[in-house]
Design a protein around this ligand. Structure first.
Ligand code: G3P
Ligand code: MG
Length: 225
């Protein structure tokens, strides 16, 4: 069972911050998931569409200036990191599962993964690029066909894992509320891994392991080490 620190060690530090990433590394995480959005010419590591829940700012992230976003407190006086800042911190020490949160992310993420391979010690094997935005994921695949993709769903698809196979994905990433034995079997039959989010209880992880699930995203990587 692969354990992926969700938004860093986000149950123990402010989500998607350098502190959460650093803590995940300290806990020995072999993989970290993070969310990226594009605003004012930069990739920001941030989950929500709006700023209010996770920062002292206001408004929709994608409409803000670089100066404003860099000035915000994202919890414990952490800043919203850029993707490059997280890459520089991790520097090839674990896998990064980069979730494209929306439009205009595929091209800059493709460029930045290439730059990180050249400058920061990452290899192609360090990346899994995922998204609920399947057209953006397909666009990414056309830019970097050499990287693994994770096709996200927050529902039980009508045709099982077919959508993930059609995207050429490496994994189908499903919400814990919807995954079932049939979906796991269908993903495996199509040669796909199946990863499940968000799983913080050991008893849930045990049940998913017996279902054949290949990995989990957790806010509490300390519970699974
Ligand atoms: O990538 C797994 C998970 O992060 C997807 O959902 O909303 O937590 O980004 P969300
Ligand atoms: Mg995510």
């Amino acid at each position: 069972m692969q354990i992926i620190a969700h938004r860093g060690a986000s149950g123990l530090a402010p989500e998607n911050t350098l502190k959460a990433m650093s803590l995940a590394l300290d806990l020995g995480a072999k993989a970290i998931e993070l969310d990226v959005q594009w605003a004012d010419g930069e990739l920001w590591v941030f989950h929500d569409r709006r700023l209010e829940r996770c920062t002292n700012g206001q408004g929709v992230l994608t409409g803000q200036s670089r100066e404003y976003l860099a000035s915000l407190d994202a919890g414990d006086e952490e800043r919203i990191p850029t993707l490059w800042q997280v890459m520089a911190l991790v520097a090839g020490r674990c896998e990064l599962h980069i979730e494209l949160k929306g439009a205009h992310t595929a091209e800059p993420v493709a460029a930045l993964t290439r730059r990180a391979e050249a400058e920061l010690g990452f290899t192609q094997a360090h990346w899994v690029i995922s998204s609920f935005h399947h057209p953006e994921l397909a666009h990414f695949a056309s830019l970097r066909p050499d990287l693994r993709l994770g096709a996200l769903t927050a529902s039980l698809p009508l045709h099982g894992a077919r959508f993930a196979e059609e995207l050429g994905a490496w994994s189908l990433n499903c919400d814990v509320d919807f995954v079932d034995q049939t979906l796991v079997a269908d993903a495996h039959r199509r040669g796909l891994k199946i990863l499940v989010y968000t799983v913080d209880e050991v008893s849930d992880e045990r049940a998913l392991a017996s279902m054949g699930v290949d990995g989990i995203f957790t806010n509490r990587p300390d519970r699974f080490s």
